[in-house]
Design a protein around this ligand. Structure first.
Ligand SMILES: Cc1ncc(COP(=O)(O)O)c(C=O)c1O
Length: 360
């Protein structure tokens, strides 16, 4: 028996980039702010925290595998049948199930690039081929080019709206026109992780779009506006065959009872949470306008972050931010994504940006 050879791993894993989490803020030194993961800067609401401590007293038991309470609550909230809802360990968990449900070796998955960095990872893990369609010069999805990239091997298309990391959106008319061009047997996933931050009335609510399009699935998360990133709960709204496939491919018991109860409590505390979102949207405007006034070109953002295309200066910019106590998310050689955080963090970021601008 050969001892040198380890277990044989799937070849598709070779070269798959590992998901890079946003860098944490430094601890121990002066106050530092984490603006690298598009998290909600507000701590949990007291009522939500209470639901979590209640559920924690029973974690010797498995959670409700069907997420019954949460599913029913979501069905009512969105006016959809409960059978159209599938939950998962964050929306990225649901996205992985979507791939497992639709695509394998020989199939193709289309998405814009740059977009959410999990797309290439989960696509390649599925064995399918990633077809990346560059964003337009304005950093927006090029839906015409994406429609043009569809072949008979295409199984799934991600449309990230607003797009991570650029914050840009696609609007109703162009999205409808695109969907009309997609064959009915290709699943279109509208990834709306940042939906609650949208204020542009021309951006459609995916839940309205999915209703009469059986090949459209909407992805939502409790991680951003609802502030539950650490609890890992997201969901899809899709027609029954797709939602059923998601339930089949989900990791059993993937959503803890703590996460389920916190999500239900968050839906019930939606008014208080949406006030916080409104405050963040106000901060977003302040950050965006501040950067524009400093002379930066910033794509208009409808998410809780801004995008600066810094090219070769990206690493220097991230280092300058870090030295000033704000951790941003650099994409080497391309640009930096900066989350809109608490006012003090945003002030610090604006100050660094102003200084850095003088060097450009
Ligand atoms: C566009 C997009 N989709 C999905 C997710 C996944 O979020 P979660 O798995 O926490 O629900 C993120 C997180 O950054 C995101 O930016």
């Amino acid at each position: 028996m050969s001892v040198e050879k380890g277990p044989r791993l799937r070849g598709v894993l070779d070269g798959i980039p590992t998901y890079k989490p946003g860098k944490p803020a430094a601890t121990g030194g002066p106050v530092a702010y984490k603006l690298s993961s598009n998290e909600n800067p507000y701590p949990p609401l007291p009522g939500v925290l209470e639901s979590v401590t209640g559920a924690a007293a029973a974690f010797n038991r498995y959670p409700d595998m069907a997420c019954t309470g949460l599913t029913n609550e979501l069905a009512e909230r969105f006016g959809v049948p409960a059978s159209h809802i599938a939950t998962g360990t964050g929306s990225v968990g649901v996205a992985q199930s979507l791939l497992q449900s639709t695509a394998g070796p020989g199939d193709e998955v289309i998405y814009a690039w740059r977009s959410f960095e999990a797309y290439p990872i989960i696509t390649r893990i599925s064995g399918a081929t990633a077809v990346q369609v560059p964003l337009t010069a304005g950093e927006v999805h090029d839906l015409d080019a994406m429609a043009g990239a569809i072949t008979e091997r295409t199984r799934l298309i991600f449309v990230c709206n607003p797009n991570n990391p650029t914050g840009t959106v696609v609007r109703r008319a162009e999205l409808e026109r695109f969907l009309d061009r997609v064959p009915g047997d290709v699943l279109v996933v509208l990834d709306e992780a940042y939906r609650e931050f949208i204020r542009d009335p021309e951006v459609p609510d995916g839940v309205e779009i999915y209703r009469d399009r059986p090949n459209v699935c909407v992805l939502r998360t409790f991680s951003k506006a609802y502030g539950l990133a650490g609890l890992r709960v997201g969901f899809a709204i899709a027609h029954e065959p797709v939602a059923a496939a998601l339930r089949k491919t989900a990791v059993p018991f993937g959503v803890s009872q703590i996460a389920q109860d916190a999500a239900v409590a968050s839906l019930r505390a939606e008014d208080a949470l949406m006030e916080r979102v409104e405050a963040l949207v106000g901060e977003r405007a302040r950050v965006y306008e501040g950067l524009v006034a400093q002379g930066w070109t910033v794509p208009p953002t409808q998410a809780n972050f801004v995008w600066l295309r810094l090219g070769e200066r990206t690493a220097d910019f991230a280092a300058a931010c870090e030295a000033a106590g704000v951790v941003v998310r650099p994409f080497a050689g391309e640009g930096a994504r900066v989350t809109v955080g608490e006012a003090e963090a945003n002030d610090r970021f604006l100050t660094v940006a102003q200084e850095f601008r003088k060097e450009l």
